[in-house]
Ligand binder design. Structure first.
Ligand code: AP5
Length: 213
């Protein structure tokens, strides 16, 4: 199973991917997480990516496709949840052709939809653990002790790109460059749209139903 979770920043792709990992016995491939790890490690990729990420712009397609190609051998014999990839039509075309080399294809695309203003509120309240990566929300999913990760005891951080001006640019970029993927995947017959507004568990149930369709 190769599942793509499509949708704007902050719609809950990462949150829902976590629920699906066991259900599908899958691995999650988040290009955002891979890029943030490269930034933390100070690699050449990380240095290139940081300037784009801090502005809420997309990292160039050739860089992203190179990253996916490197991962392809380990992805080819596992169920994969793509989270935040592809993000442009050229990335989708590139993924199709990479998968074809391994006699694979995209099986299902779940597009989570939401209003921009809900995203701005959600992301302003997101905090994450720099050690284990667990994601919290000050409003909908707060840690037990304010500002501290339940698992690691580490101080939680606000992502550099979760500042309002950057969030708004990420949304603008999403509407210009990523939203056309909805049409791309509608044509393949693989797309199911799921409303991303509501409680996390409600959305989980909608996503699970969409997978059965
Ligand atoms: P990336 O890390 O992929 O960010 P994103 O797509 O903008 O997605 P987010 O991680 O912000 O949100 P999400 O949908 O996963 O929501 P989450 O579950 O965390 O990309 C970051 C940057 O990297 C990009 O801007 C770009 O520069 C670069 N990049 C990455 N991939 C790229 C690519 N393929 N090509 C080019 N550039 C790329 O939830 C958000 C918050 O809401 C959390 O606090 C969560 O707890 C909370 N929440 C979740 N669900 C609910 C709910 N139902 N109700 C209330 N709160 C909720």
């Amino acid at each position: 199973m190769r599942l793509i979770l499509l949708g704007p920043p902050g719609v809950g792709k990462g949150t829902q991917a976590q629920f699906l990992l066991d259900k599908l016995n899958a691995i999650q491939l988040s290009t955002g997480d891979l890029l943030r790890a490269a930034v933390r490690q100070g690699t050449k990729l990380g240095k290139t990516a940081k300037s784009y990420m801090d502005r809420g712009e997309l990292v160039p397609d050739d860089v992203i496709l190179g990253l996916i190609r490197e991962k392809m051998a380990e992805l080819s014999n596992r169920a994969v949840i793509f989270d935040g990839f592809p993000r442009t039509v050229p990335q989708a075309v590139g993924l199709d052709s990479l998968l074809k080399e391994f006699n694979l294809k995209v099986d299902r695309v779940i597009e989570l939809t939401i209003d921009d203003e809900v995203v701005v509120n959600r992301l302003g309240a997101r905090r994450s653990c720099p050690t284990c990566g667990r994601v919290y929300n000050l409003i909908s999913a707060p840690p037990k002790k304010a500002g501290i990760c339940d698992e690691e005891g580490t101080a939680l951080i606000l992502r550099d790109d979760d500042k309002e001006a950057v969030i708004r640019n990420r949304l603008k970029v999403y509407h210009e460059l990523t939203a056309p993927l909805s049409e791309y995947y509608r044509k393949t017959g693989n797309l199911v749209q799921v409303a991303g507004d509501g409680k996390v568990e409600e959305i989980r149930a909608r996503v699970e139903k969409a997978l059965e369709e």
